[in-house]
Design a protein around this ligand. Structure first.
Ligand code: GLU
Length: 536
């Protein structure tokens, strides 16, 4: 039976690269009638957090990647959390120690760093081996346990990359138990993949060089290893690795650009704008110290949309889970025949390891936006309303307060014209409260010779419209559209009045949804504004 697993370390939120790993494991298992296991690898006591584990579960659920065995959301840690399995790991470490594969090592982190830099100075790779000279004697610091790697080449067949060989001189005696008593990733992953009867390990190529270490452990423990397949990494379009550092980079770049173009913006003023300590901001800007709190604060202060990297970023931007899933399936995998839009069923049918390439995949944001728009346009209103509900649960736009009837009308209006739900949530703000007036639009369309007079006429026409429904306001709308010399130019005045700017959904629908009172109030607000009296 095919059984795959996704084994994230809960040291942050779910990255799209991780989501892609989860998806391929899920597709491979489900497509073969197998099982998909979720295991939380929380052996790093310092960096693992319960919040991150819960976030990963929630993102996987949102993507619809369900697991047959694993943590139960909302419940205590179970046996699919490595931190609950120390006794199991220790039992196998004892067995390995008995067979002579394990030894104690006493170097402090500082000593190890010194050994590494000496190797660097001598231009040789640093490999920790049991027989090497200069190992630290038994000391008083807690020791680690290392596994003695074999002194021979290790080779295996990767299901994506083909034959892989690693020479004896490449091996390093890996730590299998840290000084805090926890196993390392290398050890726990082997024990768990064996005990959980994982048949195929599909993971990112960054783990390729870990596999020989794991195979040596399987051999020493007398176990048959699973099959391995290493998937290409997810890169940005500019060939850099897609990482959450991209967010800090974007915020840093925007801040530096602003300070360059506007010398009056100093470190102190920017710190005050972003409400962060100048010292922290200085470190962030000048020493390139990544700091997610500073990144977010700077981005907010500068109204900068940070690049989405983690699944929750895409959720908050209003991507539909099926669109994101479809898109990430195509990073490094191709179904053939240039097919792009694929349902979950089609993905399950078509997915195969043979379709996975060897070279890095590209994350093309433009294509994702296009694909999301396609999904939005193909969705039923009922489905869109559900997506909107899920979106509202993780965001805080005024659209949250729309009742089902109003939401329905808004979705009908925006379905054809939005790329993401976030775009609709942003652009529909004016339906919920009077928007700020865009001074450029006011100057262009209203503060012109015929502007004030046309505005007057628009007010009288709409004030007289009765009843306030499509039939009742159509004659007024027709007169407004034909008003003036150029068809539609006066209608822009009405648009600015109600939406604040020069872009909105079709006016008739907009006015119907806003209602008579709001429409007239906003027209009068604009009238005051152009007459020089400050608006509301
Ligand atoms: N916990 C490891 C990670 O998040 C899992 C790697 C693997 O799949 O073996 O990178």
């Amino acid at each position: 039976m095919i059984r795959t697993r996704f084994a994230p370390s809960p040291t942050g939120f779910l990255h799209v690269g991780g989501a892609r790993t989860a998806l391929f494991n899920w597709l491979f298992a489900r497509g073969h009638g197998g099982e998909f296991v979720l295991r939380i690898e929380d052996t790093d006591q310092v960096r693992s957090t319960a919040e991150s584990a819960a976030g990963i579960l929630s993102d996987l659920q949102w993507l619809g990647l369900d697991w047959d065995r694993g943590p139960v959301p909302g419940q205590e840690k179970n046996e699919y959390f490595q931190s609950t399995r120390l006794d199991i790991y220790n039992g196998f470490i004892d067995a390995l120690a008995k067979s002579g594969h394990v030894y104690e090592a006493w170097e402090t982190p500082a000593q190890l760093a010194a050994m590494r830099s000496q190797a660097e100075r001598e231009k040789r790779p640093f490999r920790y081996r049991r027989q090497m000279p200069g190992r630290a004697p038994k000391g008083s610091t807690p020791c680690v346990l290392r596994f003695e790697m074999p002194h021979e080449e290790i080779s295996f067949h990767d299901l994506i990359l083909g034959p892989i060989q690693v020479g004896a001189e490449e091996h390093d005696d890996i730590v299998i138990r840290k000084s805090d008593g926890f196993p390392t990733y290398h050890f726990a992953v082997v024990v768990d993949d064996h005990l959980m009867e994982i048949s195929h390990v599909l993971r990112a190529q960054e783990h390729l060089m870990n596999t020989p270490k794991h195979l040596a452990l399987y051999r020493a423990l007398g176990w048959k290893p699973p099959e391995h397949a290493h998937m290409p990494l997810v890169f940005n379009m500019d060939n850099t690795k897609m990482s959450k550092r991209d967010k800090s980079k974007a915020a840093r770049h925007a801040a530096q650009l602003l300070m360059k173009n506007k010398p009056e913006v100093t470190l102190e003023t920017l710190a005050a704008m972003a409400k962060v300590e100048p010292e922290a901001l200085g470190k962030f800007l000048h020493q390139k110290q990544d700091n997610s709190a500073v990144t977010t604060a700077v981005a907010q202060a500068l109204h900068l949309a940070l690049p989405e990297i983690e699944v929750q970023d895409f959720r908050r931007s209003g991507y539909l889970h099926d669109a994101l899933l479809n898109f990430i399936a195509l990073i490094g995998w191709a179904p053939g025949e240039n097919r792009e839009i694929l349902t979950r069923h089609e993905l399950l049918d078509l997915f195969s390891l043979e379709g996975i390439g060897k070279t890095n995949g590209r994350f093309d944001r433009k294509k994702l936006l296009w694909m999301n728009g396609e999904y939005i346009r193909r969705a039923s209103l009922k489905d869109l309303a559900q997506h909107m509900q899920a979106f509202n649960a993780v965001t805080d736009y005024p659209i949250k307060s729309a009742d089902p009837a109003m939401l329905d009308k808004l979705l009908t209006m925006y379905q054809e014209r939005m790329g993401t739900l976030g775009e609709m949530a942003e652009n529909s703000r004016f339906f919920f409260s009077a928007p700020p007036l865009d001074p450029k639009a006011v100057d262009k369309f209203v503060r012109i010779a015929s502007g004030p007079q046309h505005l007057q006429e628009i007010i009288s026409l709409l004030a007289a419209a009765n009843p306030w429904n499509a039939e009742g306001i159509s004659p007024a709308m027709e007169s407004i559209i034909t008003m003036g010399e150029k068809r539609g130019s006066a209608a822009q005045i009405l648009r600015v009045a109600v939406s604040g700017g020069a872009v909105s959904p079709p006016l008739l629908e907009t006015l119907l949804l806003l209602g008579r009172d709001q429409t007239l109030d906003r027209l009068k607000r604009l009238e005051k504004e152009v007459a020089g009296v400050s608006g509301s």
